[in-house]
Design a protein around this ligand. Sequence first.
Ligand SMILES: Cc1cc2nc3c(=O)[nH]c(=O)nc-3n(C[C@H](O)[C@H](O)[C@H](O)COP(=O)(O)OP(=O)(O)OC[C@H]3O[C@@H](n4cnc5c(N)ncnc54)[C@H](O)[C@@H]3O)c2cc1C
Length: 617
Amino acid sequence: MAQQIADRRDVDFVLYEQLDLEEMIKNKHYSDINKKTVDMIITEARNFAIKEILPVNEEGDKVGLKFENNQVTVPECFHRPYKLLKEGEWIAMTEDPEIGGQGLPHMVAQVAAEYIVGADFSFGAFGFATHGAAKMIEIFGTEKQKELYMGRMYSGDWGGTMVLTEAEAGSDVGALTTMAVKNDDGTYSISGNKIFITNAEHNLTENIVHPVLARIEGAPTGSKGISLFIVPKLWVNDDGSLGEPNDVVCTGIEEKIGLHASPTCQLAFGGKGQCRGVLLGEENKGMRVMFHMMNEARLGVGALGLFNASCAYLYAVNYAKERIQGRDLMDMFNKEAPSVSLIRHPDVRRMLLWMKSHLDGMRSFVYYVAQLFDKEILAETEEEKAQYTDLIEILTPVIKSYCTDRGFEATVQAMQIYGGYGYTADYPIEQLMRDSKINSIYEGTNGTQAMDLLGRKLGMKKGMVFMTLLGEIQKVIAKAKEIKGLEGLAKKLEEAIGRFGEVAMHLGKTAMSPDVKSAFALASPFLEVTGDIVMAWMLLWRAVVAAPKLDKLIGDADGEERIEKIEKNKNAAFYEGQVRTAEYFITSILPVTLGKMNAVEATNSAVVEMPEASFGG
Ligand SMILES: Cc1cc2nc3c(=O)[nH]c(=O)nc-3n(C[C@H](O)[C@H](O)[C@H](O)COP(=O)(O)OP(=O)(O)OC[C@H]3O[C@@H](n4cnc5c(N)ncnc54)[C@H](O)[C@@H]3O)c2cc1C
C-alpha cells in the first residue's frame, strides 16, 4: 500500500466531527470559504505531497547537499516541488489575501502542512522557516520593510531563516556575542559568527533573508541587550532591486545523522567589515520580536512530532498486515497451522495501539491548538480573545516537547514492528527515525520547554490559565459520563485530573520554595504527565463523538454479529477504533501516568544533592 502521510479519514474526523470546522467557517470572517473549498484544498495538498514531495524524500536523503566555494547546492530533485510550492501559494496560507496570503483558517493550513511537511522534513523546512521570518516582518516591520521583504518571502521567491545560535550561546541565547554598530545612514554593521542555521545558504531562491540576533555596542548584557536585524544575503535597494552580496558567508555545513537535504550552516557576518542589516522592531527589544517566530516554530516543530508519528504508524500498520510470520498464538502447538500476518500477534497489536493512541491524541491536540488561533481571530471580546491566547501559551511547551518525544518514539516502535528489515536502508523507517530526532533538540530543547511550563506557564495569572485548561477537560468528561459505555473511562480520567491538579499545585509550590532545584529536576516528568493527560482528554473526546455514531450503525448487535457488522462497514470500523483507542489509553497508559504523578510528588533530593564527583565519569 502506498504511503499516505496522514490518514484522510482521521483528518476529516478531527476537523469536522470533533472540532466542527464547518460550523466555525460559517462566521462572516470566512465568507469566501465553505466545506467544499476546504476539502478541495486538502485534496490538493495531499496530491501535491504524495505525487511531488514524497518521491524526493529518499533521493534527497541519499544525494544530500553539495558545499563548494561557500555555496550550498540542494538535491536537483528539490527544484520542481519548490516551484510548485510557490505556484500553489502554500507558504502564506493563513495570511490576508491583500498581502499575498490565502486567508484560510489555521486548522486548514495545519492539515496542508501535515501533508506537505510530513512528506519530507528537509524539503518542508524551506517553506516553514520562511513563513516564520516573513510573519515577524509583517507584525513588527516598518511599512518599507514590509514592502521590500515580506511579499517576496510569502511568495517563496526569497527564503527566510532564524539566526540565534552561536558556539557559546545555544540554549542560553542571552550569551551571544554578535555585534551591531549603527551607521550614519541608519543601517547597522553586523559582525560575528553563528552556527547551526537551517537553510542559511542554498540555491533554491535568489535571495535569503536572515533575521539575526545581535547586541548593539554598549547595550546591556544578557537577553535585555539583544536586538534583531534583517540581514539579507543580497542587499536590497530602496526600489526593491537587488544590490551587492552582503558579506554574509557560509563557512561550512554540518554532517548530520539525518535531514541530509537540509543545510545546517555556519555563517560569518562581516568578515570583510561590510555586512549591513536593518533593525527590526526596537533596539534592545529583539528577543520580544524573535519570540514571535520562536513560538510559531515551537508549535510547528511540535506538529512535526505528529507528522513523524503519522508516517511511522501508517508504514508500520501496513507492514504488520502484509508481513507473514509465525503462527497465531491459539495455534501455537499445531504445526499444520498456517503462518499469519504480524498484526495477529498480541505484542505487535500492543505496539500498534500504543502508536495509534498517541498519534490520534496528537492530531486532535495539534488541530485543537490551531483552532485556538482561529478562535482568537473570531473572538468578539478582548476577554474571550485573551482566554484563547492564554491556552495557546500554556500548551505551547507541551506540544513542542511531548509531541516531538512521542513522534520519535513512534519511529522506534515502527522499527521494532519491521524487525531487522526496519534497521536496513531498504525500508523508510530508519530515515524517518534519523530525521525526527532533532525535533526534541532545536527550537528550545525539550528540557527548556519543561522549565518554561513549570517556571512561567503553570503560574500564569495566578494559576487561572491552568484552571481554565482543567475546566476544558472537565467539559469532555461531563459529556462522556452521559454516554453508554464511556462512563467508566470518564470516571478514570476525572480521578486522574483531580490527582493532576494536586501534583501541579505541589510542584508549583516547591518551585517557589528554597527547594526550587528539586522542583526543576522534575520539570520534564511533569511535562510528560501533562502531555499524557492531554492525550487522554483528546481520546475521550474522540470517543464521545464516535460512540453514538457507532451505536447508530450497529445497533444492539453483539458478539460475532457485532464484529461482522463492524468489519463490513468502514465507518463503523473507524468509530469502533476511536472508542477502543480511548479505552486502551485510559486503562493501560493512564495508570502509568498516575505512577509518574506519584514520582513527581515524591520530590527527591538525590538528583540535586548528589555530589558531582559521585557521578563518576
Ligand atoms: C539540525 C539543526 C538545525 C538547527 N537550526 C537552527 C536554526 O535555524 N537557527 C538557530 O538559531 N539554531 C538552530 N539550531 C540550534 C539549536 O537550536 C541548538 O542546538 C539548541 O538550541 C541547543 O543548543 P546547544 O546545541 O548549544 O545545546 P546546549 O544549550 O549546550 O544544551 C545541551 C543540553 O543541556 C540542557 N541545558 C542547557 N542549558 C540548560 C539549563 N539552563 N537548564 C537545564 N538544562 C539546560 C539542554 O536542554 C540540552 O539537553 C539547529 C541545530 C541543529 C542541530
